[in-house]
Write a protein that binds this ligand. Structure first.
Ligand SMILES: C[S@@+](CC[C@H](N)C(=O)[O-])C[C@H]1O[C@@H](n2cnc3c(N)ncnc32)[C@H](O)[C@@H]1O
Length: 187
């Protein structure tokens, strides 16, 4: 989480219209739960704009980028590749090993999530194919659970830089204040 070796998320595949919300939510979930960067396919420009807009308003650091060659990103990744898939090894069996690679060995992690059918080369190129349960569900849910296990909950405590607004947690109601005011209250 914002240390020397990054955690990036790669969204494979994007069907304009149909996948708009899911692709955006992959990016927002990556940001909120401690990843450093998301890469979208180059036809997902609308999702990119939304994620950048949220980062501008609610803070970072977090990068969102497009790539015209997601498979080359996997092939050329300097670090370890984790492909989230319902067919993979159980997350509870491999999360220690992945955390050690990242935290102790300084390996940058690329977390790959699909949309429609993921081709078999991705399974072969990944260092780990990981199932968050071996049941079919969603890339957003799989990513959220995986990040929380990777960071062991520390991502819930993160501070946000350069936000222009901050949500004040409250039992009932909604309160959003300018970020400077929120800083003052913590002093
Ligand atoms: C809706 S699924 C479609 C997958 C597609 N049917 C296939 O066989 O490749 C989209 C993405 O959600 C993620 N996903 C779904 N279930 C998962 C699970 N149990 N564990 C981890 N990731 C999962 C995977 O990244 C998958 O590529």
């Amino acid at each position: 989480m914002h240390d020397d070796s990054e955690v990036a998320v790669l969204r494979l595949g994007h069907r304009p219209g149909r996948d708009e919300r899911m692709t955006t939510h992959v990016g927002l979930t990556a940001r909120a739960l401690g990843a450093d960067r998301v890469l979208f396919p180059d036809n997902a420009g609308q999702s990119l704009e939304t994620v950048r807009d949220i980062t501008d308003r609610f803070g970072g650091p977090f990068e969102a980028e497009l790539t015209d060659s997601p498979h080359a990103v996997i092939r050329n990744w300097e670090g370890k590749v984790v492909h989230l898939t319902m067919y993979g090894e159980r997350v509870q069996d491999v999360d220690d090993e992945i955390r050690t690679a990242h935290d102790s060995e300084g390996e940058a992690l690329l977390l790959v999530v699909g949309s429609e059918k993921v081709t078999f080369d991705v399974y072969e190129e990944a260092d780990w194919n990981v199932g968050v349960t071996n049941q079919p569900h969603s890339e957003v849910a799989g990513l959220a659970v995986f990040l929380d296990r990777l960071f062991e909950g520390r991502e819930l405590e993160q501070e946000w830089d350069d936000a222009d607004r901050t949500v004040v947690p409250m039992e009932t109601g909604k309160r959003v204040v300018p970020a400077d005011d929120a800083d003052d209250r913590h002093e």
